[in-house]
Design a protein around this ligand. Structure first.
Ligand code: NDP
Length: 322
């Protein structure tokens, strides 16, 4: 089969499109013929070596496709079934062997591109707003990179839950997208200091929660945007990792809470995984969530997809097609 592989970590030119043996499903696994592949920022971290993986490896954590074959001991899944999955490495390929308990069966209303666009980022937005910091009507939140993949979904869910969204984005075009998604206030943080902006918008009070996926460039000021006893949810590092933090800072800035959550821990059980995925699919079917697919690249052009994500020019989801 054709796959994209990384033999040496580094720049996007290390994503090599090549022939490699197709996997065969082990006990409890399913062979999936991949139809659409979701590109996520975590793929960039692995490619760069920021997150460790033994080389060579096939990057990619998200895909949708058709069940092609079953390993021993798999029940309840039939060849020909339409499925999707997230957080299983190796999706930049024509086939993947995936643990059957990680697969979500697609409802009729969800096509392959939609599934590989919303599963990982949608379940992330779901757990952040429903479990890490359960938003209530009237909660005030700050979300960075609000026109990105996770950002647009998180903004829509927060607005749906009745929370007041303050969003940051880097361009005016992205500001329009964040507003359309339901943000009440948008700060273009490439030209305006977002800390001052949040103080002004909240009359000096600060927000209940900050969802920060940008990391190094925003972390310190994100803490300064919180109310006393507010929560900083650091869930990514698009601008680079945050240096070590002295826990006393949480006290001096107002008895703050800091958490660094990951999707795997919030989809740890089959029941939780299925519930989050089905909520996302239902919200799409009901029109609560609108999906924005930015670009679809052929699998052989995975490096262009990474360049787009890293250039900050993507708006919404980036996909690969095998
Ligand atoms: P995005 O579509 O959000 O793309 C990244 C965005 O980050 C850019 O568009 C840009 O928006 C912003 N950004 C700010 N500074 C930089 C920089 N120096 N370089 C590049 N981008 C920058 O990506 P995803 O939706 O795939 O992921 C968003 C974040 O969420 C990532 O950090 C990812 O790791 C994290 N994540 C975490 C999960 C978890 O469970 N912990 C799960 C899924 C994703 P702008 O131009 O508006 O600043």
């Amino acid at each position: 089969m054709k796959a994209v592989r990384v033999h040496e970590t580094g720049g996007s030119d290390r994503l090599v499109y090549e022939e490699t043996p197709a996997p065969s499903p082990a006990t409890g696994q399913v062979l999936v013929r991949i139809r659409s592949i979701g590109v996520n920022f975590i793929d960039v971290y692995f490619r760069k070596g920021l997150y460790p993986a033994a080389v060579p490896f096939t990057p990619g954590m998200e895909a949708s496709g058709v069940v092609e074959g079953l390993g021993e001991g798999v029940a309840g899944i039939m060849p020909g079934g339409r499925v999707a999955y997230a957080m299983t490495p190796g999706s930049y390929a024509e086939y993947a062997a995936v643990d059957s308990d990680k697969l979500i069966t697609l409802p009729e209303s969800i096509d392959f591109e939609t599934a590989s666009s919303v599963l990982l980022q949608g379940m992330t937005a779901h757990y952040l707003t429903r479990s890490t910091f359960p938003l209530k009507k009237g909660s005030t939140l700050l979300v960075h990179a609000a026109a990105g993949g996770v950002g647009l979904l998180l903004t829509q869910i927060a607005a749906f839950l009745g929370a007041r969204v303050i969003a940051t984005v880097s361009t005016d075009e992205k500001a329009s997208l964040a507003r359309e998604a339901g943000a009440e206030h948008v700060i273009v943080y490439s030209r305006t200091d977002f800390e001052a902006g949040v103080k002004e918008i909240t009359g000096g009070t600060g927000v209940d929660v900050v969802f920060d996926s940008v990391g190094r460039d925003t972390f310190d000021r994100s803490l300064n945007c919180l109310k006393p006893r507010g929560t900083l949810v650091l869930f990514g590092q698009s601008s680079g990792p945050v240096p070590p933090v002295d826990p006393n800072i949480l006290n001096s800035k107002g008895s703050l809470f800091l958490t660094r959550p990951g999707l795997a821990h919030y989809t740890a059980t089959r029941a939780e995984l299925v519930q989050r995925a089905n909520d996302i699919f239902r919200w799409l079917a009901d029109g609560v969530l609108k999906l924005r697919i930015d670009r679809i690249f052929p699998l052989r052009d995975a490096s262009k997809a990474h360049d787009l994500l890293e250039s900050r020019n993507s708006r919404g989801k980036v996909l690969l097609r095998p």
